[in-house]
Design a protein around this ligand. Structure first.
Ligand code: ARG
Length: 242
């Protein structure tokens, strides 16, 4: 009995000492309003959500701004503990990470340039074949458009490059997540949004496959933020006028 108690105490202290009070969180700050740079600082909906979760679970958040297609490798090699990046919880990604409960529902939208006569014929997803369509490397938009036969897909490293190409009529459309797309259309008057009926997507927070404990902690914290109204406040702050 004594031995057992000793063993349990040793194990408990190991767990306690092994636990860090810091959480390294990776994002890709080119996805307004979820994460973007303001005066060199990463801000946005995801940032506030993760900071609130950090407070609940008593962890200091250390932000890492990484290319989107570098996020999953960084998590797998344990350079970061968490990803929050408007990341869609796809079946494929579920093979490599643990996703939290979904916190946002999104969809893919088509953006066209009204000043480009070739763009005028694009009214739905079915009109994409025969056109050059811009996507961002590794985004779910890339995965979706790549499946459409007859489309010439141009992959860009970031959304702003894709938008530049659309403005320069180098691509006839850009397919992007709904909220960032709405933002670009607000600031580029020549761009127009086309709603697609492509399946809804859900954004989730990702942690390592072997880190079920952290996934549970994050879920519990998230649920309590939903209950105490903090999450609702955030939704209102970022998505009120829609
Ligand atoms: N929802 C899309 C995906 O999961 C795009 C996410 C892009 N996020 C970002 N922070 N750049 O592929």
């Amino acid at each position: 009995m004594k031995k057992l108690v000793l063993l349990i105490m040793t194990l408990l202290s190991l767990v306690a000492f092994g636990k860090s009070d810091k959480l390294y969180v990776g994002t890709n700050a080119e996805f307004e309003p979820f994460e973007y740079l303001e005066n060199g600082k990463i801000v946005g909906f995801d940032v506030e959500l993760m900071e609130a979760i950090g407070k609940k679970i008593d962890k200091e958040i250390i932000w890492k701004n990484i290319a989107f297609d570098g996020l999953l490798p960084a998590l797998q090699s344990k350079k970061i503990d968490v990803i929050i990046a408007g990341m869609t919880a796809t079946e494929e990604r579920k093979k490599f990470v643990n996703f939290s409960d979904p916190y946002f529902v999104s969809s893919q939208m088509i953006m066209v340039n009204t000043e480009d006569s070739k763009s005028k014929i694009i009214k739905s997803y079915d009109d994409l074949p025969g056109n050059v369509v811009g996507v961002v490397l590794g985004y779910t938009g890339d995965i979706a458009v790549s499946k459409v036969e007859g489309v010439e897909v141009q992959r860009f490293n970031g959304t702003s490059e894709a938008i530049m190409a659309l403005n320069a009529k180098k691509v006839q459309a850009v397919v992007l997540d709904s909220e960032p797309a709405k933002n670009y259309v607000k600031t580029n008057k020549n761009l127009k949004l086309i709603n697609t009926d492509i399946a809804k997507e859900e954004y989730s927070i990702a942690v390592g496959k072997d880190n079920k404990e952290l996934a549970n902690e994050i879920n519990e914290a998230y649920q309590s933020l939903v209950k105490d109204g903090t999450f609702d406040e955030l939704m209102k702050k970022y998505f009120a006028q829609e």
